[in-house]
Design a protein around this ligand. Sequence first.
Ligand code: COA
Length: 191
Amino acid sequence: MPGSLAAGSPGAAELVLRAWGDADAPALVAAWADPEVRRWTVVPEPADLDVARRWIAGWDERRRRRLALDLVAADPGDDRVLGEVGLSSFDDGRSAARIGWWTAPGARGRGVASAMVAALTAWAHDGPLGLRVVVAEVDEANPASVAVARRAGYRRLHRPGVLPGTGSTQVFVSQVGSPESGPERGPGARV
Ligand SMILES: CC(C)(COP(=O)(O)OP(=O)(O)OC[C@H]1O[C@@H](n2cnc3c(N)ncnc32)[C@H](O)[C@@H]1OP(=O)(O)O)[C@@H](O)C(=O)NCCC(=O)NCCS
């Protein structure tokens, strides 16, 4: 699992990627209650403490079954939850997975998402998973997340269509193994 990391640009976030623990449940409930997280990510219903505890308790099983690797981006000083970044939809044939993220409302605007996405992406390529491709699907009506994908070194692939009630989904990829489409590593890529 990726460990400590620091963003490479002045003023950017310093954080640690770690597993979810039971003590994180209230922070997870708070994030699930945030309107932006609810708007742009899939949140369980009800999004209460019991559900958060069960979701956290299932962390290791999801990892072992290769369903998802969900990580906390934590403050190295006090270990509080700054954000969440995770890999899912592993496709061994294509050596690919999907990445998703959110930043806790109080931790936004200081490079947390860019740093954690760049770091997990670098680890996905260079660590034991050795993935060739990491895919991020971002709605173009979500400019902060489009900026995160770009800042973390992702390239936009194409615009497959319009989602009902929203803007268009943009597909961003980070890919290794092709000189033409290799990732531009953003800050925080060191793990
Ligand atoms: C999107 C989100 C993850 C950004 O988190 P963050 O930690 O504040 O992001 P960063 O500080 O790393 O900022 C990344 C970039 O987004 C830009 N940005 C931040 N908020 C923005 C906004 N409202 N509009 C446009 N750009 C914005 C920043 O300026 C920065 O770009 P820059 O490096 O070119 O200056 C956070 O707002 C969030 O959790 N949103 C709800 C959940 C979500 O959208 N998840 C992603 C689903 S695909």
